[in-house]
Every structure is written in structure tokens, then in C-alpha cells.
Design a protein around this ligand. Structure first.
Ligand SMILES: *[C@@H]1O[C@H](CO)[C@@H](O)[C@H](O)[C@H]1NC(C)=O
Ligand SMILES: *[C@@H]1O[C@H](CO)[C@@H](O)[C@H](O)[C@H]1NC(C)=O
Ligand SMILES: *[C@@H]1O[C@H](CO)[C@@H](O)[C@H](O)[C@H]1NC(C)=O
Ligand SMILES: *[C@@H]1O[C@H](CO)[C@@H](O)[C@H](O)[C@H]1NC(C)=O
Ligand SMILES: *[C@@H]1O[C@H](CO)[C@@H](O)[C@H](O)[C@H]1NC(C)=O
Ligand SMILES: *[C@@H]1O[C@H](CO)[C@@H](O)[C@H](O)[C@H]1NC(C)=O
Ligand SMILES: *[C@@H]1O[C@H](CO)[C@@H](O)[C@H](O)[C@H]1NC(C)=O
Length: 412
């Protein structure tokens, strides 16, 4: 599907960077809800001791988050976490809302001073949000050279997926392809970028891949840390004569553990989103348990130590955003609305746009170079032994470098 640019958006993009859409500036202002949040967290009890000591941890193969880990987060929420500080930090970015196809979309738009900057859309997933990219947004707008004399910088757009934090819930029949369609409209018609690049992770990668394959005249480079294809098994890799490095073997094992031992959240959210969504609706400690467990499992065991900034403050900011915007319920619905999001057959889509892929060792989905090359015009496969699923927080310098590399391949 290709939606042609309306002629007036092109004219306006050149003259006033405006468009036929009503783009409204937006600021995060949730401070009034903090006293109640604190009181609910304070009055939520936790067990005094582990029911079965030693079976809870951040390992995918274990029985869920440990009480000690949860208690530490709850204590930090009450005693050390300051929402106003985090909110002020997030408000340093330029936020907007716009209505596209009757759907209100919240987005960050941070522009470079370079007239040749590459427009890029950064796509988050669950349980992520625009906040996941906050460590790299401003750096991406800065001009950077890799030593070849060429430089690259970006006009950065970070939308909230429909149903996530400040983007309200879409209709029940909404799918990731609808999100892809309105995000393409956001880039081309609302913001006036005739062509652009994308970075995508998690559900964002399903949306990003839909954009990459269906909008081949507007998406002209893509960077993925995950692709929406079922990861290969050890047997498949052996049959293909693909031999793995030690780091890749760790990633393969985590990938298999994730698929076999951590499907519970996926099944629940795909089949009974209302049950988990309503149970958690007014339970900040419940949301903390469910979301923090997932963040910890999918991240580098060293998360929170440099270069990772994925510490308790970042986790609590994520959970606060979900809770304070009442969007946990609508966020889990994305699983029920897209039950066949993972392809099983690896096929080339009709696009020649360059694709850069980044392997992060602790990302619990593993796709070797040979497999990524089947589903796009793979021009570079980057390898990082630090970082996991939320690379924007878990290894921001590496993600920044790889998006910049993609920028060098972008041709408007
Ligand atoms: C980057 O390159 C563009 C032209 O390609 C130029 O306009 C801009 O000034 C350069 N920026 C820096 C910081 O060198
Ligand atoms: C999806 O639902 C909306 C209202 O909830 C309706 O207007 C629209 O026609 C539906 N779309 C499809 C493709 O069924
Ligand atoms: C793997 O290697 C074996 C032995 O060299 C060969 O017979 C087989 O065709 C190879 N498989 C693939 C998929 O290349
Ligand atoms: C988490 O990291 C941020 C930035 O890296 C830092 O400002 C904050 O103090 C850290 N929080 C904790 C609890 O260590
Ligand atoms: C999105 O569109 C693609 C390509 O047309 C299709 O294969 C896929 O099934 C669609 N996904 C959903 C969730 O509707
Ligand atoms: C874009 O897709 C269309 C139809 O799917 C195809 O005919 C065309 O060649 C593709 N363009 C590029 C640049 O790959
Ligand atoms: C700079 O980036 C281009 C495009 O990614 C690449 O071909 C080149 O090797 C890079 N140079 C250095 C010094 O990294």
C-alpha cells in the first residue's frame, strides 16, 4: 500500500514545516497523580519472606522474579524515585499529538540543525515506550562522522504505539498493519518527509517490518534488533551448516528458553487481555511485578552497569508511565489483536532498501546473519556482546553507532 503525498503537504513542508494535519504541542504533566500512586504503593503488602526460597530470579529458566528484587524496586519507588525529575527529563524532548485516521498519536519530534539530516522513526514495543530511546534521541540529532569525511545526523521521530502511554487505545479490530499505515502517514504527510529510515524492536519490529516491506518507496533504510520471524532452532541451524560462536550459542540458548519456558505472559495477553489488564489496572505493584520481570529477563545480566542505563530508575519510569496513563490494559491488547505476528517462512519482501541488523548477546531472540539475509537487503550485521532486548537503555552507545551506520546507507 502506498499513500501518495498530498501536494499541499510537500509545499507546506518546504515553506513552514507544517501540514494539513492539526499538530498540537504536548507536555507530560502527571504530577497530580503521584500522591495517590505513592499511597497505593505504600499500602500494598508483600510477603515477609519467600514462599519457596531460591526458585525466583532473573533467569529465564527460573520460576519468576525474586521477592528480593521486587521488594528492592518497591522500596526505591517509595524512597528514591522522583517522578518530577524523570518527567522534567522526558519533557526536554519536543512532544506533540496529531489525529490520523481518527486515531490520536503522541510522538516526539527532535530535529537536527543539519539540512541534510536523515528522517528516522524509532519504534518501541511492549513493555516499552518512547522513554526507551531517551538516551539516544538528542545524540542522533547531532552531526557525526565515522572518519570517511561523510557525516550523518537525524531528524528523530518517536511515536507511542496506539494504546501505549499517551496514544489512546485503537478500535478492537486494529492491527500492526494499521499502525504501520498511520505511522507512514505521520512521516510523509504530517511531517513532510517524503522518504525516511526506521529503527525497530519488539512489537516495533513487526510494525517496522510491515513498513519496510509494504512502503518500499518511502522507507529507504531500516535497522532492526529483532525481526518478526520465528527464530531458528539448533537443529535447523545445524542442517544449514551454520556454526555458531560462543556468544551466539548463549543467544541461541536464551532464545530457546524464551520460547519454551517463558510463554506464559504471551499466552495470557493473546487470549485473555482483559483478565490480566483489569487485574493490573489499579495495581502499581502488580504492574511493577509483571513489567520488571519481563525487562529483567530480556536484558543483559549486567543491566544498570555502564554502558547500560537500565537500572531501577529506568524500570520505575517505564512502569510509572504505564500506570499513570492507565494504559497497561490497552497495551496488552496488542498481543490479542495480532496473534499471527511471527512469520514462519523466511521470504524476501519487495524492497531494495538497505537493512542493518544488530545482534545483542542477551536479546532473547536469536537470528544469525544467514537468516536475516533471507528477509531483506542485509548490508551489515553488527555484533555486540553487551546488551539485550531494550538496547536503547541496555547499550545506548552501541545502538547509536548502529543507527548511524544505517544512516550512511540511507539514500533519499
Ligand atoms: C554535514 O554534511 C552536510 C552536507 O552533507 C553539511 O551541510 C553539514 O554542515 C555537515 N555538518 C558538519 C557538522 O560537518
Ligand atoms: C473496525 O472497527 C471500527 C469501529 O470500532 C469500524 O469503524 C471499522 O469499520 C472496523 N474496520 C474493519 C476493517 O472492520
Ligand atoms: C551441509 O553440509 C553437508 C556436508 O558437507 C552437505 O551435504 C549439505 O548439502 C549442506 N547443507 C546445506 C543446507 O548447505
Ligand atoms: C540510574 O541511571 C541514571 C542515569 O544513568 C542515574 O541518573 C540514576 O541515578 C541511576 N539510578 C539508580 C537507582 O542507580
Ligand atoms: C500485515 O500485512 C502483511 C502483508 O500484507 C500480512 O502478511 C500480515 O498477515 C498482516 N498482519 C496482520 C496482523 O494483519
Ligand atoms: C515495491 O513493491 C512493488 C510491488 O510490491 C514492486 O513492484 C516494486 O518493484 C518495489 N520497488 C522497489 C524499489 O523494490
Ligand atoms: C563509515 O561508514 C560507511 C558506511 O557504513 C562504511 O562503508 C565505512 O567503512 C565506514 N568507515 C569507517 C572508518 O568506519
Amino acid at each position: 500500500m502506498f499513500f501518495p503525498l498530498k501536494w499541499w503537504s510537500l509545499v507546506l513542508a518546504v515553506t513552514s514545516a507544517s501540514s494539513a494535519f492539526d499538530v498540537k504541542p504536548f507536555r507530560i504533566d502527571l504530577g497530580a497523580k503521584i500522591p495517590r500512586l505513592n499511597s497505593v504503593v505504600k499500602n500494598t503488602r508483600l510477603p515477609a519472606k519467600d514462599l519457596y526460597p531460591g526458585v525466583g530470579s532473573d533467569k529465564i529458566s527460573d520460576k519468576g522474579i525474586s521477592l528480593e528484587s521486587l521488594r528492592g524496586l518497591r522500596t526505591d519507588w517509595l524512597e528514591n524515585f522522583d517522578w518530577e525529575t524523570q518527567q522534567a527529563e522526558l519533557n526536554r524532548l519536543n512532544h506533540y499529538t496529531v489525529v490520523i485516521d481518527s486515531q490520536t498519536v503522541h510522538f516526539v519530534h527532535q530535529k537536527s540543525r543539519d539540512p541534510d539530516a536523515v528522517p528516522v522513526i524509532l519504534l518501541h514495543g511492549w513493555p516499552g515506550s518512547f522513554h526507551e530511546f531517551s538516551p539516544i534521541v538528542e545524540s542522533l540529532t547531532q552531526s557525526w562522522t565515522n572518519g570517511t569525511g561523510k557525516n550523518v545526523s537525524f531528524n528523530v521521530v518517536v511515536p507511542s504505539l496506539p494504546g501505549f502511554v499517551f496514544s489512546p487505545a485503537p478500535p478492537a479490530n486494529w492491527t500492526v498493519n494499521d499502525t504501520a499505515r498511520i505511522f507512514n502517514t505521520l512521516m510523509t504527510e504530517v511531517l513532510g518527509y517524503p522518504t525516511y529510515a526506521l529503527h525497530a524492536t519488539d512489537w516495533g519490529s513487526v510494525i517496522g517490518y510491515s513498513l519496510y516491506s509494504s512502503f518500499n518507496t518511502t522507507v529507504r533504510a531500516a535497522h532492526f534488533v529483532m525481526i518478526p520471524f520465528l527464530p531458528p532452532s539448533g537443529e535447523q541451524l545445524a542442517a544449514d551448516n551454520i556454526t555458531l560462536s560462543d556468544d551466539q550459542n548463549v543467544a541461541l540458548e536464551r532464545s530457546i528458553d524464551w520460547l519454551t519456558l517463558n510463554g506464559g505472559y504471551n499466552t495470557e495477553q493473546s487470549t485473555k487481555p482483559n483478565d490480566i489488564g483489569l487485574a493490573m489496572y489499579d495495581s502499581p505493584v502488580g504492574q511493577l511485578t509483571w513489567i520488571a520481570a519481563m525487562i529483567k529477563l530480556a536484558s543483559d545480566p549486567r543491566a544498570g552497569t555502564p554502558p547500560s542505563v537500565l537500572n531501577n530508575t529506568a524500570i520505575l519510569t517505564s512502569v510509572s508511565l504505564y500506570y499513570l496513563t492507565d494504559s497497561f490494559l490497552s497495551s496488552v491488547w496488542i498481543y490479542a489483536q495480532n496473534t499471527n505476528a511471527f512469520n514462519t517462512v523466511y521470504e524476501k519482501p519487495p524492497t531494495n532498501a538497505p537493512l542493518v541488523f544488530s545482534f545483542f548477546k542477551y536479546n532473547p531472540g536469536f537470528w544469525p546473519k544467514e537468516y536475516v539475509a533471507k528477509v531483506g537487503n542485509l548490508v551489515s550485521y553488527k555484533v555486540h556482546d553487551f546488551g539485550g532486548h531494550f538496547a536503547g537503555l541496555d547499550n545506548p552507545p552501541a545502538l547509536l553507532e548502529d543507527i548511524r551506520e544505517m544512516g550512511f546507507y540511507f539514500k533519499a
